[in-house]
Design a protein around this ligand. Sequence first.
Ligand code: HXC
Ligand code: NAP
Length: 298
Amino acid sequence: MAEAAMAAQVPPDQDGDECLPQYRHLLSPDLLAGQVAFITGGGSGIGFRIAEIFMRHGCRTVIASRNLQRVSEASKKLVAATGQQCLALSMDVRQPQTIAAAVDEALKEFKRIDILINGAAGNFLCPASALSFNAFKTVMDIDTLGTFNTSKVVFEKYFREHGGVIVNITATLSYRGQALQVHAGAAKAAIDAMTRHLAVEWGPNRIRVNSLAPGPISGTEGFRRLGGKWAEKSDQFSLIPLQRAGNKTEIAHSTLYLASPLSSYVTGTTLVVDGGSWLTSPNSFSALMGIASSSAKL
Ligand code: HXC
Ligand code: NAP
């Protein structure tokens, strides 16, 4: 095939929770200079790459999740690769008091928060018939309530007075209905609704609220958990218009757009970043049912 046109070129990515060995700026390196981003789930996967790309654009970050060792190790890598500051904090988005303590700590350290990325989530494949009441509740608690809890704490402690930007990381699962995903699909759909409600209510406070819905993103825990056996098949992406999975850098670039002044008049919307996947990808019942019948806890 002929060399890809510039606009179709894919930015390189790196497997695992490692920083990019090289990075070519497509936007001004000081796009987020002086700003601070609070990123839940920032110690791994998509959240880690969002932290890195933001830091490469001049932003200081707070990365927060349950596992302090994970965020601490991630923070060291991010600082070494970018030269920016990164504060690692432990909190559980299901426990508002732990969020409040983390936000207090972040404000003590940096005196400001400009951007909130709600990236923390939990998911697994499971048929509705086998899903326990607590399993459904757990995913709703982490994804939906966790997004509300964190947004409310940051609003009360900083955004109400100063304005800010919120980006909620969601998914396209509910757009057409996806087998084995009633819990995550419902949770992410509720977040997209929350995005619109909060955009309306908090707009006068100079707060923009948007969702970003990734498609299948390689090198992530979500991809590993949801890809199942058919992720290994070479023809798995032929049904996606762009014929491939996305990568973490691509999600981070689109998040950078939503978080930066480039999108200063964008609020209450969902940016789908999936190569056109949800438009064309069917439920693959034979593959899904194979997974369902061998469904074990991951
Ligand atoms: C069925 C399961 C299960 C599984 C857990 N449960 N795993 N049920 N299949 N594979 C049930 C448990 O039996 C329990 O119900 C309930 O869920 C809570 O489980 P715990 O282990 O006690 O919960 P907790 O320790 O809070 O862990 C949350 C978790 C876990 C979601 C279950 O997997 C986690 O921490 N995940 C975070 C990382 C992650 O999931 N990353 C991928 C995000 S990708 P009972 O009834 O037994 O008490 C993503 C992609 C979205 O979100 C869209 C992609 C297109
Ligand atoms: P991941 O690495 O597992 O990211 C999830 C993060 O959430 C982890 O860092 C985890 O850290 C944190 N987390 C989980 N429960 C938490 C809690 N109760 N409190 C605080 N933090 C918690 O998975 P990923 O695939 O990169 O997913 C990142 C985001 O993208 C998620 O919102 C996911 O739904 C979304 N997404 C991913 C894909 C994909 O293809 N990967 C597709 C669509 C949407 P701890 O374990 O340390 O808490």
